[in-house]
Design a protein around this ligand. Sequence first.
Ligand code: FAD
Length: 334
Amino acid sequence: MDTTQYKDVYVFCEQREGVIQSVALELLGKARELADTLKENVVAILLGKNITNKAQDLIAAGADKVLVVDNDLLKDYLTEPYTQAITQIINEQKPSILMIGATTIGRDLGPRLSARVSTGLTADCTKLEIGEERELLMTRPAFGGNLMATIVCKDHRPQMSTVRPGVMKKMTADANRKGEIVDYKINFNEEKISRVRLIKTVKEDKGMIDISEAKILVSGGRGVGSQEGFNKLEELAGVLNAQVSSSRACVDAGIIDHSRQVGQTGKTVRPDLYIACGISGAIQHLAGMEESEFIVAINKDKFAPIFNVADVGIVGDVNKIIPLLTERLKGMME
Ligand SMILES: Cc1cc2nc3c(=O)[nH]c(=O)nc-3n(C[C@H](O)[C@H](O)[C@H](O)COP(=O)(O)OP(=O)(O)OC[C@H]3O[C@@H](n4cnc5c(N)ncnc54)[C@H](O)[C@@H]3O)c2cc1C
C-alpha cells in the first residue's frame, strides 16, 4: 500500500441522542496535538440525524473540518450503516489516522471498520505519539498489564486506535475557532442494512452517574469486605455528592456491578478526588485511576502500593475510618 497518499487525523465523534460524548472531545484534544506535530488537519466525523448543529462544538474542541452525515439510517447506532458510512469516508478521503472512543459503540464499530478497509486496530491505547518516520506510536498495556507495548501499523492505512473515555484530555473549548463543515453524502446499501432492525432501546438506570464522568469517587476494595462495608461507602458518597466505584476484587465477589469497576478491565477514571478504601493498588487498578487529580488512600498496611500514588495516605482500619469521616464531613457540609 502506498501510505504516502494518506493524511490527516480523523476522529469518529460519537453522539447519543444528539449529545456529543465526552470521549469525542477528549480524542479531538489528542488529535489536535498529533496533527500539529504532523502539520496536518484534524477532521471530525459526525454521524446521526439532525446533528449538524453540533458540528461547531467539534470545531471549538479542536477540529479543522467536520464531515457531517445526517441521515435517517444513522439516527440510532447500528453496526452496518455506521460501518458503511465510515468505510466510504475512509476510501474517499484516505485518512492517515482514525481514532475511536472505546465505548460499547466504539468497540463494536472499530473492529468491523478495520476489517472492511483491511488495516490494523490497536484497542484501548493509553498513549499516542508521532514517531520519527511520522508513524503513529500506539501504546497499550500488554501481558495482563505487566508491561506497556508500543504498536505501529507500518504498511496499512488508516492507523486505527481506540481509546477509553477519561484517558486523553480535552482542549479548552474555543468558540471562536473557525473550521469547515461539510455535508457528506453516503451511498448506502440499504439491502444489507435491512437485515438488522432496532426493536427497542433499554436504558441504564439514570439515577447512577457513569463513574468515568464523576467528579468524586469513593472506591472500595477487598479491605471493605462486604455489602455492609459498601453501604458505609454509599453513606460517605452521599455526603460528598460522589459515586461509589470499586476494584475488581469486589466485582468478582458479586458485591458491586462491573459498570462500577475501575482499572484495566473496568473503566478509566480521572475524577477531582479519588478515595481508595481498602484497595492494595495492583497495577491493573492503578492503570484506571492514577491520573485522578487528588488521591486519598485508606489502608491498614502502610506498605500497600496504593500509597505510592496517593496525595494523602491514612493508615488504619477502613471500617472504623469511613464512619468517622462521614460524621465529620456531615458536620462540615451542614
Ligand atoms: C488481566 C487482569 C486484569 C485485571 N483488571 C483489573 C481491573 O480492571 N481493576 C482492578 O481493580 N483489578 C484488576 N485486576 C486484579 C488486580 O490484579 C488485583 O487483584 C485487584 O485490583 C485487587 O483488588 P483489591 O485491591 O481490592 O484487593 P487486594 O489486593 O486483596 O487488597 C486489599 C487491600 O485491603 C487492605 N485491607 C484489608 N482489610 C482492611 C481494613 N479493614 N482496612 C483497611 N485496609 C484493609 C489490605 O491491606 C490490602 O492492601 C486484574 C488482574 C488481571 C490479571
